[in-house]
Write a protein that binds this ligand. Structure first.
Ligand code: BGC
Length: 387
């Protein structure tokens, strides 16, 4: 009996000691702040090859702490790839393009490039400025398209600055376009800066100055497929455009000058609508400039796109007054893109933030004129998320 009481006493004392130690341990654990390794923004650089005229091309990979990866090269200031997660955390490259630099030297419809000096079309390649008529290179029937025969997409840009900070990673590229190049007046100094942020945004800043009155309209021409490049057509994507008007075009895709309401027509994307639901009612598919509600100079929501099978969402904000919605109508499967994937009709879409096409010939459109002493500034932000 006495032995049992003694045993119980020993057990009780042991339990108190053990419990006390555990409690102490817990308190110690709570007091000690958890040290988690903070992931950072990073940039890596690699050589990407040479141009046919022996210029060196470099490729930068910008990565954010969430694993988003943007690759940018200095040939054509091209956005080569962008990897983002779907709703289950699986990453995919959502931009059409090529696996190697050589692919970008073949004839292709402006995959991921920076377009300049003037994005989109200028009717008959002609315009008047200060009483002088300028004749540009024509490369789209009788019209000038995306800067001419050798636009900013087909030249090597200078690497100006590469920097990773706590919240951002950026690459700034610059290009000097000579007076008279492709017919444009004035020496133009321009730059484009790609910035990836820790908040899953890809921001593109454009700047330009001139020594003679000229016209400028720069944009990025990425083809998106939020289900992953080469995975099929984009007709099931839901699109919302923050625009209740657009600029109707003639058979050569030159705006007529009219600014028309989208209401009660297949052009209406004011509410999220699948791209394919009314595309048959639009001759040739969508290839139109929308008049954004934000107007000129204010960073405002322009578009939101949602891909239902992966949950990926892309939101575009811009200071530009227009956005060209192009549903990849001229893709025809003849181009083998990344991983040998054939890019067929509607396998990608473009949302090119810009001033309206043929603005130099349309006095009622916002001006694209840049004068000496002025600074051209444009910003577009792509924000990625899932739902
Ligand atoms: C234009 C299309 C053109 C495509 C590729 C788009 O920006 O709107 O008409 O076919 O670029 O050149």
């Amino acid at each position: 009996m006495r032995t049992r009481i003694l045993l119980n006493l020993v057990l009780a004392v042991t339990a108190i000691i053990v419990f006390g130690c555990e409690k102490k341990k817990n308190i110690a654990a709570a007091e000690k702040p958890e040290v988690k390794e903070k992931k950072k923004m990073s940039i890596t650089k690699e050589s990407y090859g040479k141009t046919p005229d022996n210029q060196t091309v470099v490729l930068y990979t910008l990565t954010n702490p969430n694993g988003l990866k943007a690759r940018v090269m200095n040939y054509g200031a091209i956005l080569v790839s962008l990897e983002t997660p779907d709703r289950d955390g699986n990453f995919a490259d959502i931009i059409l393009g090529f696996d190697t630099l050589d692919g970008y030297f073949t004839e292709h419809p402006y995959f991921g490039v920076i377009v300049g000096r003037y994005a989109n079309r200028i009717g008959k390649g002609r315009f008047m400025l200060d009483g002088v008529e300028y004749k540009l290179a024509t490369n789209n029937g009788p019209n000038h398209l995306h800067g001419g025969v050798k636009g900013f997409d087909k030249v090597v840009w200078k690497v100006e600055n590469v920097k990773a900070k706590d919240d951002t990673a950026m690459v700034k590229l610059s290009y000097f376009s000579k007076d008279g190049q492709e017919g444009y007046p004035g020496n133009l100094n321009c730059s484009v800066t790609y910035t990836l942020t820790k908040d899953n945004e890809l921001r593109i800043d454009y700047e330009a100055t001139t020594d003679k009155t000229t016209i400028v309209n720069l944009t990025n021409h990425a083809y998106w497929n939020l289900a992953g490049q080469g995975s099929g057509d984009i007709l099931g994507h839901e699109l919302m455009l923050n625009a209740d008007k657009y600029t109707p075009v003639d058979e050569g895709l030159i705006p007529t000058g009219e600014i028309k309401e989208v209401k009660d027509s297949p052009m209406d994307f004011t509410k999220p609508t699948t791209i394919g639901s009314r595309i048959d009612q639009v001759t040739g598919g969508y290839d139109h400039n929308y008049v954004l509600k934000g107007g000129v100079g204010k960073l405002t929501l322009a578009a939101r796109v949602y891909e239902p099978t992966t949950g990926r969402v892309m939101e575009i904000t811009t200071v530009e007054p227009g956005i060209q919605f192009y549903s990849g109508n001229f893709l025809d499967g003849t181009i083998a893109g990344k991983s040998g994937k054939a890019y067929k009709k509607h396998y990608g879409f473009c949302l090119e933030t810009q001033h309206y096409p043929d603005s130099p010939n349309k006095p009622n459109f916002p001006s694209v004129v840049l004068k000496p002493g002025e600074k051209y500034n444009s910003v577009t932000v792509h924000k990625f998320s899932t739902k």
